[in-house]
Design a binder for this molecule. Structure first.
Ligand code: GBH
Length: 496
């Protein structure tokens, strides 16, 4: 495998310098950072090792296995709790600049609260960070990637405003302990994913299924928690630690259905991305106007005594606005936004007034929600730049799922076509500073279990040692990182 692909790339290169009909390579900007990403619950395992407490995903998968596609859980996952040195050695070999990983809250606070801190839990992340730095990789730390102590969930999870303080307590320990050796922090990964999936719907723990209500409350608290952690970092840690801190938002791109419809894609963007981004990155802060208007109107029509979209005070608006040093973008796919007219006495369909479809011509992946639409990546980078100005954009996740083959040409094509769009957007003036592939290895894909494979490395989940094997895409990245140039895949290799 390894030999084959290098050979093909070598031929590509030779043909290239001989000026045959290949697209030429696209160099990455200088200082551009390229990394790989993961999340604690998805890779660590060691669910009760060294005194770790139970978290919401432990509880959910153990007590409601039928909610998971293959009834599986993250008890062992990739066993990165024990195999982190191997992981780091592999990333060093591929040549990544940074590793984005998250901290397991219940590993640090086994009983859920700040009065009981686990030395072993802290030590694990010190060891991981040390291992990364000694191999020349930057640790890029996500404080929260969806797992929190189950006791906090019992107390309402993200619907309880106390979560703002609990999250701040946790963040404080993270900064205190790891901040001296970490230059890059993400407070919270993808608020809308767990607010919709966990509280509004059923695709994430705790699957409350209280749509058009609980997700709004969840987001309200998440934005406050993010802002509070950000301010604490600035007030107490930044001057000595010199890092940067931001938030990771999942933003799709939206196309129109009809040529003449210039507004629905923007409305869809505001609901999907603006819901989280507008309060933080816009000039005036707060939720997007369109959401305020439509949800307020629907709530009124439906006889609610107040809007289901909670309100920030002006002080809160200002407290949240500007609380991110960069725009952390997780982007995978695009949709077509189709408008739905408001119905008399009924208001806006789904609080939104649009629904989303896909173009059947867009290639599929192993995840029902993920179609391959590279031009949407350029689209969303330009849209974010247009909406929120020149804030640096850190792409913190982008990737493709398949059924797990080592010969993953579809994944290579996905990365090539998406990276090319990104480099074009940079040429057009988008201030993109980094890119992280999701994911370094196949892992526990939440309620999709082990069915969806996003990894550059295959993990043998039937092997107690969780053997890791390079896929062709890992070799492809290694080559890219050596040349710091995006070289064509298909154009040259298939047409010769
Ligand atoms: C990322 O979310 C996550 O940050 C990461 O942990 C995960 O492994 C990776 O994606 C791959 O999935 O189930 O139909 O309701 C990406 C954005 C938002 C995509 C939620 C899936 C749920 C669709 N995700 N969405 S559905």
């Amino acid at each position: 495998m390894k030999f084959n692909l290098s050979f093909v790339l070598l031929i590509t290169f030779i043909k290239d310098i001989h000026g045959e009909h290949c697209e030429k390579g696209w160099p990455f900007p200088q200082d551009f950072l390229i990394g790989a990403a993961s999340a604690a619950y998805q890779v660590e395992g060691g669910w009760n090792a060294s005194g770790k407490g139970e978290n919401n995903w432990d509880w959910f998968t153990h007590n409601k296995p039928w909610m998971i596609a293959d009834q599986s859980n993250g008890d062992v996952a990739c066993d990165s709790f024990h195999k982190y040195k191997k992981d780091v050695a592999i990333m060093k070999d591929i040549g990544f600049d940074f590793y984005r990983f998250s901290i397991s809250w219940s590993r640090i606070f086994p009983t859920g609260f700040a009065n009981d801190i686990s030395k072993d839990g802290i030590k694990y992340y010190h060891d991981l960070i040390h291992e990364l730095r000694s191999k020349g990789l930057e640790p890029f730390v996500t404080i929260y990637h969806w797992d929190h102590p189950q006791v906090l969930e019992q107390m309402g999870g993200w619907i309880n405003e106390m979560m703002v303080d609990w999250f701040t307590d946790f963040s404080k320990i993270v900064f205190q302990e790891f901040g001296p050796k970490v230059k890059y922090f993400v407070t919270i990964n993808e608020p809308s994913s767990f607010c919709y999936g966990g509280y509004g719907g059923t695709s994430k723990a705790p699957a409350w299924n209280l749509p058009l209500n609980a997700e709004y409350l969840c987001m309200h608290n998440v934005l406050k928690a993010h802002a509070k952690a950000y301010h604490m970092y600035y007030e107490k840690f930044r001057s000595t630690q010199n890092g940067i801190i931001g938030i990771a938002l999942p933003c799709n791109h939206y196309f129109h259905k009809n040529e003449e419809d210039s507004i629905t894609p923007d409305i869809a963007f505001q609901y999907d991305c603006g819901w989280m981004a507008n309060p933080i990155f816009s000039k005036d802060g707060d939720y997007p106007k369109i959401m305020r208007e439509r949800i307020d109107e629907n709530s009124r029509i439906q006889g609610w005594p107040r809007s289901r979209l909670p309100k920030f005070t002006q002080t809160e608006v200002e407290y949240i606005r500007g609380t991110s040093d960069y725009f952390g973008l997780n982007h995978y796919t695009s949709y077509i936004a189709v408008p739905v007219q408001k119905e008399v006495n009924k208001g806006w369909a789904n609080d939104r007034g649009f629904y989303q479809i896909v173009d059947p011509k867009w290639p599929v992946s192993a995840s029902s929600w993920l179609r391959v639409v590279p031009e949407g990546f350029g689209g969303i980078l330009r849209k974010i730049t247009k909406e929120y100005g020149n804030t640096p954009i850190y792409v913190l996740e982008n990737g493709y799922s398949d059924t797990g083959s080592l010969n993953d040409l579809d994944r290579i094509n996905y990365y090539y076509s998406y990276l090319k769009e990104m480099l074009l957007a940079i040429k057009d003036g988008c201030n993109v500073k980094s890119y992280a592939a999701w994911s370094i290895m196949d892992n526990y894909e939440w309620t999709e279990g082990y069915n969806a494979h996003f990894g550059l490395l295959q993990v043998d989940f039937n092997d107690a040692r969780r053997k890791r094997t390079y896929k062709n895409s890992a070799h492809w990245f290694k080559n890219l990182l050596q040349s710091r140039t995006l070289l064509p895949v298909q154009n040259c290799t298939n047409n010769n």
